[in-house]
Write a protein that binds this ligand. Structure first.
Ligand code: PBG
Length: 313
């Protein structure tokens, strides 16, 4: 009877699984703080993707670990960049047709300093230059779309990037490729494990000049409104569990497709408790996911996607 009257549901097709693509062949390196998640070379990523498709997941979100980083992050928009190459391989495979291939757009995995944009230094002072960064992000988006990305997902948080990315996509003949903007993204301690996974920790300073203050809900609404006005087709909110109220508020205010990202730290903290026997893994995982759906997210980007799909099956 409980099943009969359940109000909120989780389904594999509404979950997106992040993949971290690295150079090499047959590489499957576990991320120490994220049990069951790996840095995968392209051949291994294809196998992982086939599993995800067989489980009925909605799609993948691709991140890249380039062989080399530099001050500008040129690897981000290289035609033979790590994610571009992975996309070409993944899009060739007919078994993966059911997966929406989303490409994260940011420079932090590609810059030697680990910031999400162009760093301008002046003595001891540094600044992440907004407009210079936007131009590079737009170039990156176009290059990922050319490589076959179905969705472009900018996570950098520079102002005005959605409009520039939209224009670059259109100019490149990718007017059919939608933008999923990380519109509401807080400067969060919960990204810690990701920075190990993507090797993208800032070498100095922090991301507070471009990511939001955790105390601000109205600012999140403003960020979403701006991104939609600039042409975002869908918005992503992150982190999820510490910001469920933000997801709910956005759901009530905006009639657009919305996703939420259950980030690395949310996954790692649950796993840490599982390892100690302090929480029941399956129940806690499913409860954490349903809470995000109940808050109002249409889909969830989550490192639990495969495990949850197995439970649902
Ligand atoms: C890149 C980016 C980050 C995440 C997604 N895209 C890290 C950050 O902003 O520092 C975090 C995802 C996670 O923690 O799982 N800017």
């Amino acid at each position: 009877m409980r099943a009969l009257v359940r109000e909120t549901h989780l389904r594999p097709g509404a979950m997106i699984y992040p993949l971290f693509i690295c150079p090499g062949e047959s590489v499957r390196k576990e991320i120490s703080s994220m049990p069951g998640c790996f840095n995968l070379s392209i051949d291994e990523a294809v196998k992982e993707a086939e599993q995800c498709a067989a489980l009925g997941l909605g799609g993948l979100l691709l991140f890249g670990l380039p062989a080399e980083k530099d001050e500008q992050g040129t690897g981000a928009w290289a035609d033979d960049g790590i994610v571009q190459s992975a996309l070409r391989e993944l899009k060739k495979n007919r078994k993966l047709d059911s997966l929406v291939m989303m490409a994260d757009v940011c420079l932090c995995e590609y810059t030697s300093h680990g910031h999400c944009g162009v760093v301008v230094r002046d003595g001891n002072h540094y600044e992440v230059a907004n407009d210079a960064s936007v131009a590079l992000l737009a170039k990156t988006a176009a290059s990922l779309a050319a490589a076959g990305a179905d969705v472009i997902a900018p996570s950098d948080m520079m102002d005005g990037r959605v409009a520039s990315i939209r224009a670059a996509l259109d100019a490149g003949g990718h007017e059919q490729v939608p933008v999923l903007s990380y519109a509401s993204k807080f400067a969060s301690a919960f990204y810690g494990p990701f920075r190990e996974a993507a090797d993208s920790a800032p070498q100095f300073g922090d991301r507070r000049s471009y990511q939001m203050d955790g105390g601000n809900l109205r600012e999140a609404m403003r960020e979403i409104e701006l991104d939609l006005a600039e042409g975002a087709d869908m918005v992503l909110m992150k982190p999820a569990m510490p910001y469920l109220d933000v997801i709910r508020a956005a759901r009530e205010r905006f009639d657009v497709p919305m996703g939420a990202y259950q980030v690395s730290g949310e996954f790692s903290m649950l796993h840490a408790a599982f390892q100690r026997g302090w929480l029941e893994p399956e129940r806690a995982m499913m409860e954490s996911l349903i809470s995000i759906r109940r808050a109002g997210a249409d889909f969830i980007v989550t490192y639990f996607a495969k495990d949850a799909a197995k439970v649902l099956a």
